[in-house]
Design a protein around this ligand. Structure first.
Ligand SMILES: *Cc1c(COP(=O)(O)O)cnc(C)c1O
Length: 358
């Protein structure tokens, strides 16, 4: 029996996709070998690579002038690659601090140049993201960096800031969860293991002209330009994660694209937030306006009951509900592939646990 897996990442993948991977594992389309064993420049992988990029462009309605790249090193490497490519000497880059992930991005960027933290609510409880009015933007900033969804705190930007500087977003935990106006952004990046596929690749969507800024001193594999020119095939790309991502994008298109997905995600999240709000027992961690539709974070006033909650839920096949080790509490991550039945099962368990312990 499959578990209801609330893990924040690596996270649940669509069951249909896993079954297809299984069916094709030993003999990919009559070739007598698995896709993992083939050249990354051969016809089978090349077709998948091109289809994955085309599907992502279709799902996000990406305008002309942008490239879709697959890089490695996770979103964490992008924290450094971004300032290496885009923050010139003597320039300042703006960052919002909305929590643990934003602050990691800031820490790396500070090693490489001048950083202005334009709003800081990263340590506030209840958790939230900055308001537009709070942003103390730098004139002539190299770019503004935001974290669209704070996976650990459960706070999400619902609308995005207007700014003159190029807008860069870490969308690791909510990419492809809702429709997006890509033209507002100059660079979007996301580690794959939350909403896209298995760990191993990082999706980057970049405006081509932005990549031209890169100084000559940046090593080849650290440059966006290298990935744009080579179609992400300068070196051996992790083929298996791209293959699974391709199947996930087909699954998304078959499900009605991002409009359909956003509706489903909002419905799933609303059920859990209603269960929290209807009880006097559970408290949501994030302010209501910024509540994430992906990572639902909450607490029980008596913190000792939280480990009991997590242990008893696990016995009922509801796995991975422990909050991040830095903040504690309970976190239900319900990305695109997380089934609505699992949300219903958690809501029932929450009611039962409150009746027994409240
Ligand atoms: C998980 C996560 C990261 C780190 O991703 P890695 O691929 O493990 O480097 C960065 N930012 C956000 C918002 C995340 O959720």
């Amino acid at each position: 029996m499959r578990a209801y897996n609330f893990s924040a990442g690596p996270a649940t993948l669509p069951e249909e996709v896993l079954k297809e991977v299984q069916a094709e594992m030993l003999d990919y389309k009559g070739t007598g070998m698995s896709l993992m064993e083939m050249s990354h420049r051969g016809p089978e992988y090349s077709a998948l690579h091109a289809e994955t990029i085309a599907n992502i462009k279709q799902l996000l309605k990406i305008p002309e002038g942008y490239s879709v790249l697959f890089m490695t090193g996770g979103a964490s490497s992008q924290f450094a690659i971004i300032p290496m490519n885009l923050l010139g000497e003597g320039q300042t880059a703006d960052y919002t601090d909305s929590g643990a992930w934003a602050s990691k991005a800031i820490k790396e960027a500070k090693m490489l140049g001048n950083i202005n933290v334009v709003a800081d609510c990263g340590k506030e409880i209840p958790t939230r993201v900055p308001t537009m009015e709070e942003l103390n933007l730098t004139d002539g900033a190299a770019y503004l960096h935001i974290t669209s969804n704070e996976t650990i705190s459960g706070a999400q930007w619902k609308t995005f800031p207007d700014c003159k500087a190029p807008l860069i977003a870490d969308m690791s935990s909510d990419i492809l969860s809702r429709p997006l106006d890509v033209s507002k952004f100059d660079l979007i990046y996301a580690g794959a293991q939350k909403n896209l596929g298995p760990a191993g690749i990082t999706l980057v969507i970049i405006k081509d002209e932005l990549a031209e800024r890169c100084p000559e001193s940046v090593p080849t594999m650290m440059r966006y330009k290298t990935f744009i020119k080579s179609n992400s095939l300068y070196n051996t790309i992790p083929t298996f994660p791209v293959y699974v991502l391709c199947l996930v994008t087909r699954w998304l298109l078959a499900k009605g694209g991002l409009e359909g997905m956003a509706k489903q995600n909002d419905d799933k999240a609303a059920k859990l937030y209603a269960a929290i709000d209807e009880s006097g027992f559970y408290t949501g961690t994030a302010v209501k306006e910024n509540r994430s539709s992906m990572n639902i974070t909450f607490r029980i006033a008596n913190h000792d009951l939280e480990s009991k909650f997590i242990a008893e839920a696990s016995e009922k096949n509801l796995k991975g509900l422990k909050g991040h080790r830095d903040v504690g509490g309970i976190r239900a991550s319900i990305y695109n592939a997380f089934p609505v039945e699992g949300v219903d099962a958690l809501v029932s368990f929450m009611k039962e646990f409150e009746a027994n312990n409240g």
